[in-house]
Write a protein of this length. Structure first.
Length: 132
């Protein structure tokens, strides 16, 4: 059974979100966008306790590593999302990466066990090759 190509994209910067959409839509993805953690959790259907996600609507999750904390190395939002979708990642039903512009934010995310890449276009292009 093929998993529908649904992407959830959560970034602070509207232009960056639009660029991501422009890359994903030609690949057949239906893209939902948001700019903060609360909206992301709502889109995901996460329960109010933030401990479970009964259904997985998305096959791809892309987000700012420091969502809700622009400019900081606080990656707690990305860590929460990664933990919530881990069962779906483990079953191959979804893919996830956080992204950041600053090396220290990338390192902080990775130290928390969160996959994270640079927002540089070349690195994102390499990631796109893995999802096609």
């Amino acid at each position: 059974m093929e998993i529908p190509k649904q992407a959830l994209v959560a970034f602070h910067d509207v232009l960056f979100r639009n660029n991501i959409m422009d890359e994903l839509e030609p690949l057949g993805y239906t893209v939902s966008v948001t700019d903060n953690l609360e909206k992301m959790l709502y889109e995901m259907g996460v329960d109010v306790s933030r401990t479970s996600m009964p259904n997985n609507r998305f096959s791809l999750y892309l987000m700012d590593a420091n969502l809700d904390s622009p400019g900081s190395v606080d990656c707690s939002s990305a860590k929460l999302i990664h933990e919530l979708i881990k069962p779906y990642l483990d079953k191959g039903e979804a893919k996830f990466t956080a992204m950041a512009a600053r090396p220290e934010t990338i390192q902080a995310a990775r130290s928390d066990g969160v996959p994270c890449i640079d927002k540089d276009y070349r690195e994102f292009s390499r990631f796109l090759e893995t999802i096609q």
